[in-house]
Design a protein around this ligand. Sequence first.
Ligand code: PHE
Length: 445
Amino acid sequence: MSVHRGREHWRSRFGFLMAAIGSAVGLGNMWRFSYLTAEHGGAAFVLLYVLMLFFIAVPILLAEMVIGRGAARGPVQALGFFGGRAWKSLGAVFVAAGFVIASYYSVIAGWTLRYTLEAIFIGFADDPVGHFTRISSGGEALAWHLIFMAGSLWIVANGVTGGIERTAVIVMPLLFLVVCGLAVYAATLPGAGPGYAYYLNAEDYFAIFSPAVLADAAGQAFFSLSLGMGAMLTYASYLERTTNLPLQSGMIAVADFAIAFIAGLVVFPLLFALGLAQDVSESTLGALFITLPKAFLELGLVGRAIGALFFAALVVGALTSLISLLEVVVASTIDIVDWDRRRATIVTGIAAAALGVPAAIHLPVLDAMDQVATHILLIGGGLALAVFTGWRMEDPESEVALGAGHYFWLPLWRRILRYAVPVVLGLLMLQSVPRTIANVIALFD
Ligand code: PHE
């Protein structure tokens, strides 16, 4: 087949795996997963999340990889390649989602970079609430957003193997070691027992049957695996056709879940050791940048070191996620207008940085972008992708079989995409879209 058109390929399978896990592991794992778990019934939520992850999200991850590798193009051209003209517009929605998420994600990433450097050079601020209020929006937030964006763009401009892969193979193993090390440290704290109990309490099994909790679990699974906007599709477009796609998607999902779960084992003992647990449920982002720094501050010099490592892990997670978001936009631009990578990166990067300006200046804008992206764009994108692969594509099973052989469950995979995913995600959207719109309106009241 001539579809590969001499496209760049990952240097190694390990390189691809680290880049894909790098995309998946990010701000979603290091904080949002534990937060949602503690909010929604502990162990019961973990169970629900795992079910969502493996029965709904992983089939879509596999679908993205099949489309990307099969077409060897970015999302717009790949969907056009398999589905004809009309489906290109879904690819365009993916690129738009990439733009939106990249722009506000970079603002938050900028805060993490600032916290890391502050922890190293001056220590955590005495007044965490005031500090966060000062740095989270306005001119300084804007400056850190631009710094983080520039660094990420530089990596993307250096190419898939020379930039993205080279970064991921170094930083991802380090991130894993740091997170595991932090969990071991946290286990020695006096708050470890009650912290674990709060994180994984199983008191409220029925809480998981509420539609809002189901929607949160699905939204988190999609966000965490970077699904529904073509990131995994784009990364898979640089794979050789000898790769075992089901195996890769399974490994990505397991690693992503493991890091999220272990991050919870770090966060909760810390909060309980210092009696800060009641602060957790106050706000999602604020807690990460206010409550945890409070804990690090109280733990003195050790806390400062631990805090620096924690925020450095967040920087790494955010960086490798942001470059995958930018790569969606850049790869599509290269496909469509035939620019060279450097030019495509600079032009689209400036646009993404500019789109982040309102989010950097006014926190409710950031919140609104996040809500719309996670609850509407990603879930809607995943739904459309399942319909595409389930109903429109001819014989996606044989693309899976290339490099993997004929798994007995392949027909089942197709049926999940045809029926189960559209039904589950469709129902979730029916209830989460109005709620999201109401939330967004409330933010600006
Ligand atoms: N998966 C990333 C996280 O957990 C976020 C992300 C979403 C990255 C979509 C790329 C695409 O933080």
